[in-house]
Ligand binder design. Structure first.
Ligand code: BTN
Length: 248
């Protein structure tokens, strides 16, 4: 196997555990997988509900990645998740991606990605990165005010092998590592094209919720760093690097 698997029944958060292992010197491509999490973390300080039956795991990356590549890597991850969900889901299932790195099944959020890093200010590179992925397989949390509507593979009628958590873990990890090799060899271009090919709302109106404001514009492009290029009426384009995007 191209990765080392640490298997746990229950943990606070696989991202937190992967960071602890990183500090203890765990090698590159250590994968931390837990059946459930007691303090699963989402983006922007949110909680990730983590009951039995879904997939929760984190990949520790120890290469000295420069700091500006973090967002590019999250697109490598989103592509891998979208590919793995497409393989697991029923034939003809509609899978797309939503900026920055959500994966949607039939228009609802089926997976989330949380990439965290420990920067080394002396070198300008990360000491390590932890890529956390959650895929709703058997269940999904209730719809919450202000959040994107969630779904799961089971809720979309997926059956049998498609609901196998360990199979999803293995498929996804291998696809991510393959995408990582593509990105290292060929750069962000092919990753960006693959992501854009199934990006929700490209060319259409979007609302971006930022900490202190909400902006509306047209989702024009994904730039070479992974930022969302927002076209605004009669104003220069705006580059969005963080925020929640809502697409009608
Ligand atoms: C999001 O908000 O969309 C990102 C959710 C990321 C959840 C995964 S589950 C495994 C890993 N461990 C965590 O605590 N979070 C990530």
């Amino acid at each position: 196997s191209p990765y080392r698997l640490v298997e746990l029944e229950s943990i606070d958060s696989t991202n937190a555990e992967a960071k602890r292992l990183a500090e203890q010197g765990a090698p590159d491509c250590t994968v931390v997988w837990a059946k459930r999490q007691t303090a699963g973390r989402g983006r922007r300080g949110r909680t990730w509900v983590s009951e039995d039956g879904n997939l929760y795991f984190s990949i520790l990356l120890r290469m000295p990645y420069p700091m500006e590549v973090m967002s590019q890597l999250s697109f490598v991850a989103a592509n891998a998740v979208a590919d793995a969900v497409q393989v697991a889901a029923t034939r003809g299932a509609f899978v797309n991606v939503k900026w920055p790195n959500d994966v949607l099944l039939e228009g609802q959020k089926v997976a989330g990605i949380l990439l965290e890093g420990e920067p080394d200010l002396k070198t300008g590179a990360f000491k390590w990165l932890v890529l956390g992925i959650g895929v709703n397989i058997a269940s999904h949390p209730a719809l919450e005010e202000g959040a994107y509507p969630p779904t799961s593979l089971a809720a979309q009628g997926v059956e049998g092998e498609g609901l196998d958590v360990t199979l999803m873990l293995d498929t996804l990890t291998k696809r991510f590592l393959a995408g990582l090799a593509t990105w290292r060899n060929l750069g962000f271009g092919p990753i960006r094209r693959h992501w854009l090919a199934r990006a929700k709302g490209l060319g259409g109106p979007v609302t971006v919720r930022l900490p202190n404001e909400q902006v509306q514009g047209v989702f024009g492009a994904l730039d070479e760093k992974g930022a969302l290029v927002l076209h605004l009426d009669g104003q220069p384009n705006r580059l969005i690097t963080a925020g929640d995007v809502f697409i009608p």
